[in-house]
Design a protein around this ligand. Sequence first.
Ligand code: NDP
Length: 278
Amino acid sequence: MVKIIDGKQISKEIKDELKAEVAALKTQGKNVALAVIQVGEDPASSVYVNNKKKACEYIGIESLAFHLPETITEEELLQKIEELNQDEKVNGILVQLPLPKHIDEDKVIKTIVPEKDVDGFHPQSVGALSIGQKGFVSCTPAGVIQLLKRSGIEIAGKECVVIGRSNIVGKPMALLLLRENGTVTIAHSKTKDLKEIAKRADILVVAVGKPKMIDSSYIKEGAVVIDVGIHRDENNKLCGDVDYDDVVEHVSAITPVPGGVGPMTIAMLMHNCVSSIK
Ligand code: NDP
C-alpha cells in the first residue's frame, strides 16, 4: 500500500503547534514579528508574499510588509535591511527573491544579521549547518525532514540520494539527511549513470527543476520519493520533477504535487520566526 505523504495536513499540524507557542509567548509579553521586503511587482513574488502574510496572521505572528519600488537602488535596500537589523521589535527578516537585476542578491543576503536570517541563506547559517551548529536552516529542505519524520519514515542508516545541488534546496537537503544519519549521495547535471545512482536510494529527494524528469526507471521498488519540483505542465496543471503517475505504483511513499513539499516551506519559515525569539 503506497503512502501518499500529505504535506497540507503536516504543515497544518506544524502551524497549529506554532500558534499555541506564539500564544504562550504572548502571555510572557513576547511578540514575534517578521519583516518581509518585496521589491518590484513580480506577480509570483506577490503571491508568495501574500501567502506568508496569511500564515503569519493564522499563527499570530506580526507581519511587517515593505513593498519597495523596482527602481530602488541597492544602497537604499541595504539601508532598509540595516534599519530592520537594528529594530528590536523585528525577529525575522525576509527579502523575497528574485530581486531586480541591478541588485546583488548575495550582498542582500549577507546584510541580514544571522540572528534574523529566517530564510537560512546567510553564509553563517549555511556554515553552521555544515558543521552541526545551531542556526537557521533553509525552509524547503527543513520541511522535507519534517515530512519524513512525521510520516514515521526512518532516515538513519538509509541510502539517501538527492538529485540537485542548489544552495537553497539540494545542498542543505543533503546536509540535513546526513545530520539524521542517512548515507547520502548528491547527484547533479554532470553525474554519470544517474539512473543507477538514483536506483540505490531508499529515500530519493528530487530537486532537479525539470518537469516529470524522474520516471519509474530511476526508482528502486519500495523507495520513498520526495518531489521538490513545482511546474505547470502542458495543460497548465501543477506537476513536479517526478512523473507521479508512472512512479506511484513502485514506491512505498511519495509526496504529491501540489500538496506535498510546497506547503511545508512556509510552515518551516514560520517555525524559524518563532525559534528566532527563543
Ligand atoms: P536549480 O535550478 O537551482 O537547481 C537544479 C539542480 O538540478 C542543479 O544542481 C542541477 O545541476 C541539477 N540538474 C539539472 N538538470 C539535471 C539533470 N538532467 N540531471 C541531474 N541533475 C540535474 O533549482 P532549485 O534547487 O532552486 O529547485 C529545484 C526544483 O524545486 C524546482 O522545480 C523549483 O521550482 C522547486 N522548488 C520548490 C520549492 C518548494 O517550496 N516546494 C522551493 C524551492 C524550489 P548543476 O548544479 O550541475 O547545474
